[in-house]
Design a protein around this ligand. Structure first.
Ligand code: S3P
Length: 169
C-alpha cells in the first residue's frame, strides 16, 4: 500500500468476512482495527443478541448510527455491520465520510454457509429464507452506492482478499 487511506471502511452482507479481512489488512500493515459491532457491545455493556432482545432492532440501529458517526475518521480499518445501510442517516454518513469504503461482495450461498457455522446473528434466526434473500437483494445496491471499490470474495481466502484491497492503493 503506497499511500494508505486514513480510514478504510469495509461494508457488505453479514458473513461477508468484514471482520476477518479487516483484521488481516490491519495485521499486514500494522494499522489499527475496529469493529462497529464490538464497539456497540462495549458501549452498551451487552451482547448484540441481548441488545436485540431488550431494545429491538431499532434500539440496536440507534447505537449503530452513533458508533458509525464516531468512527468515520478512525485512523485504521473499520468493519461495519451488514445492516449499516438500513438507515438513511447512515447512508448519508457513508456518502459524505472521508473514509474509503470497500464493498466485500459475495453470494448468498457462501454467506449462508458461513453464517450457519458462525451463528450469533439474531436476524438470521428471525427471517425465513425468502426474507433473507429479499434483504440481500435490497442491500446489494446500497452497498454499491456507498462504496468506492467493490472486491469479489467468492472462493478467496481472507489473506488474498486483504492483499487485493492493499493493492488498490
Ligand atoms: C446485522 C449484521 C451483524 C450485526 C447485527 C445486524 C445485519 O453484523 O450488526 O446482527 O442487519 O445485517 P455482521 O455483518 O458483522 O454480521
Amino acid at each position: 500500500m503506497s499511500k494508505e487511506p486514513d480510514t478504510l471502511m469495509l461494508v457488505g452482507f453479514m458473513g461477508a468476512g468484514k471482520t476477518t479481512v479487516g483484521k488481516e489488512i490491519a495485521r499486514q500493515h500494522h494499522s489499527k482495527f475496529i469493529d462497529i459491532d464490538s464497539e456497540i457491545e462495549r458501549e452498551a455493556g451487552m451482547s448484540i443478541r441481548a441488545i436485540f432482545q431488550e431494545y429491538g432492532e431499532s434500539g440496536f440501529r440507534d447505537l449503530e448510527t452513533k458508533v458509525l458517526a464516531n468512527v468515520q475518521t478512525f485512523d485504521g480499518i473499520v468493519a461495519t455491520g451488514g445492516g449499516v445501510v438500513e438507515r438513511e442517516d447512515n447512508m448519508a454518513i457513508l456518502h459524505e465520510s472521508p473514509a474509503t469504503v470497500i464493498y466485500l461482495h459475495g453470494n448468498l450461498e457462501s454467506t449462508i454457509g458461513r453464517l450457519l457455522i458462525e451463528g450469533q446473528r439474531p436476524l438470521l434466526e428471525e427471517k425465513s429464507a425468502a426474507e433473507f434473500f429479499r434483504l440481500w437483494a435490497q442491500r446489494d445496491p446500497k452497498y454499491q452506492s456507498v462504496a468506492n471499490f467493490m472486491v469479489e470474495t467468492i472462493g478467496k481466502t481472507p489473506e488474498r482478499i486483504a492483499a487485493e484491497i492493499v493493492a488498490l492503493f
